[in-house]
Ligand binder design. Sequence first.
Ligand code: ADP
Ligand code: MG
Length: 400
Amino acid sequence: MQTIDDLDVAGRRVLVRADFNVPLEDAGDGTRRITDDGRIRAALPTVEALRGRGARVILAAHLGRPKGEAKPELSLAPVAARLSELLGVPVALAADVTGPSAHAVVSALGDGDVALLENVRYDRREDSKDDAERAALAAEYAELADLFVSDGFGVVHRKQASVSDVATLLPHAAGRLVLSEVEVFRKVLQDPDRPYAVILGGSKVSDKLGVITNLLHNVDRLLVGGGMCFTFLAALGKNVGSSLLEADQVETVKGLIADAETRGVELVLPVDVVVATAFSADAEHKVVSVDDIEDGWMGLDIGPNSSALFADRIADARTVVWNGPMGVFEMTPYADGTRAVAEAITRVDGLTVVGGGDSAAAVRLLGIDESGFSHISTGGGASLEFLEGRTLPGIAVLED
Ligand code: ADP
Ligand code: MG
């Protein structure tokens, strides 16, 4: 994979696809305010490196789902402003994606300057299913620039004009962020140090079946918590009350349990859970053994003995991948399992990777030191697809 260090960028127009899909709230004065600028910060190493080498940087990104309409509330204006603050230089925002304003803004760039195109999804061809439509937009991007850098890891699994199509038209390279993400996921998929533990949680087994199937060939230990553990417990014949259960997945999960056994993978399930009478922070709740879940109660977190067991099976690992919270961490009474597991991971001496948007959000919400992890992925969906062993369109073109 080519990196930006392989490109001769001085004085050239470099189109950089970034992920600036940040959360926004109304500021109350008619404008919108960014509530978490993590994705903007994650793009800085590439932008700084290119500027430092005299490139004319043209950033492209999407925000939300404007569905082909120029919706003012999904303008990248707040992103341009924040980016400008962080870089300490002006960032010109084009009023359109590839139109007259984009051309004017790009023509005005000097070496080391930075511009941002308007929300690429203002143009409905950006994520069109029609290859010819995407190719037409990609050709317009290619007129604006000499080189292309792919740095939006959060979208690199998408077949979109500014992600995969434009890369086929211009000399291209992976940016710093995409490169670091790809290196980490390659390592955990191909060459993990052992013991290798994968911890899965979150809401649905069906979302993560692909990951489990792909990783079962490779891991030493698979720890399962979160809403998905109840389908595993049901597969073992336990009553799960009104916990989240995907009844149509029980047979599949029985197969996975058998497969883990054949392969010598240690499957670790909760031994106790926090059950509540309703999906609410105020509901009556208590800790019970997984053998004693009664009807009318739902499991919303793993229990303290499970947290201790999980921490023990994490402690001596040399590679840890964590995807999916252990409970409904958004509600304080059900956050302890996620906190315990996250903290156990921070104590590991080895490569520790957090994938999954809600898992990364849990780390921040629970105030766990982010520097305690080797890598927190910026791409929830992209990291999942990587762990499923899929070829991501945006990565595939970078490797051509
Ligand atoms: P990620 O984004 O990290 O991949 P998911 O999207 O799969 O994670 O799942 C996150 C959601 O799972 C959280 O909103 C959390 O509240 C929910 N969750 C975790 N445990 C349970 C549970 N026992 N019952 C219901 N929902 C749960
Ligand atoms: Mg999620």
